[in-house]
Write a protein that binds this ligand. Sequence first.
Ligand SMILES: [Zn+2]
Length: 236
Amino acid sequence: MTEALYMNDAYLKEWEANVVKVKDDKYIVLDSTAFYPKGGGQPCDEGIITKNGDTFRVVYVGKFSGDISHEVDKPGLLVGDKVHCKLDWEQRYTYMRYHTASHLLSNILYNRADAKITGNQIGLDKTRMDFSMEDYSPEKLHVFVEEANRIIENDARITIDYMSRDEVMGKPELARLAMGLPDKIKEFRIIRIGDIDEQVDGGTHVKQLNEIGQIEVIKTVNKGKDNRRVYFELKK
Ligand SMILES: [Zn+2]
């Protein structure tokens, strides 16, 4: 099992690791990694792995049958190699800002308008969020985004916690998010934004809300009766 370093320290950018598996010369499993594998609406990280001055680009990271697999751009890494790893930090940090922003916005949509979030895709220049909401209007969305921006300006700390299945199921809002996750998961990772929001989540987040900047809606798209898709970007 790979130790997933990004779970408890989203700000780790460089680390040493050992190669424990190699498949088809280019799919690498490490004993520890901060490369985030694509999932939960967050894209995978990219970056480099170096061995004795030789650089391998990490072009894709995914979870496959329990392993975090790093696809590199050329052969040469072997089981037993000691390597140095480095994230493309600018890219990852942007994903972190967008991910935390989408938690905050989804919280406001849910609490103010009973909106259900049905999809979420984080990107480098914008993030897309799908939701269903009765009596939608652009004015309402504007008010919710304004509220999110005020909360960001007031700042709050983002913390990571772990909860047992029983604890999660005892809280209706968390249970809603944990529903559908495999039974074998006995402990859930919880991301909290101050006392404003808590979600079951495996992604990487900023430490302080004010790192996000301000949310600006780019456009909204009608996806059926009560369904909307909103694209937003973050301004520093
Ligand atoms: Zn999330």
